[in-house]
Unconditional design. Structure first.
Lengths: 104, 104
């Protein structure tokens, strides 16, 4: 099946409660991952787009963190409500969603 | 910290024993992931290269499966013993390891 046109990774790293870095999981990353997978399927993008969970993407302060390859576009503070826009604008139309991009 | 010069994802998906697709975990993906992370650190590549676990990369028959972005090079049948070569040849020298590349 691979390579995919776009490959999306959602950080689903879990840290213990109270950890100073926090983690994407406590900010709802599993729900974001599930929503992304469902939206990719609903839009018939299977094969062209792959959505995966990933370990810690090392951008904890920006969580929920998502990265899209091959263009290496990084999104931060992603919520379930942002998923349809990311899919339509970026994964379908090829226009990254500027308001969600992390400024490193 | 991101974006990274190269971002490596190791499939660590787990399926129940006897599942017809098998899974990368039963082929040793956790050990590959650990070896990759350790080698990246040992070589002082932190910051330039990131190694992450990932969910199912949809190339189960080729496991242990590894993908390197942004160049989207896919490796299959990766063993712990292959890790130093992948790190030196590909992640340091920029020359993908042809013998391990999956032919899709």
């Amino acid at each position: 099946m691979p390579p995919f046109q776009r490959h999306v990774f959602v950080c689903t790293n879990v840290r213990p409660p109270g950890h100073p870095k926090g983690c994407c999981a406590e900010k709802g990353s599993e729900a974001v991952r599930d929503a992304l997978k469902a939206e990719v399927k609903r839009r018939g993008l299977d094969g062209a787009v792959r959505a995966n969970a990933a370990g810690c993407l090392d951008a904890c302060e920006h969580g929920v963190t998502v990265v899209v390859y091959p263009e290496a576009v990084w999104y931060g503070g992603v919520r379930v409500e942002d998923v349809p826009e990311i899919v339509e604008e970026h994964l379908v139309q090829g226009r990254p969603v500027k308001r969600l991009q992390i400024k490193f």
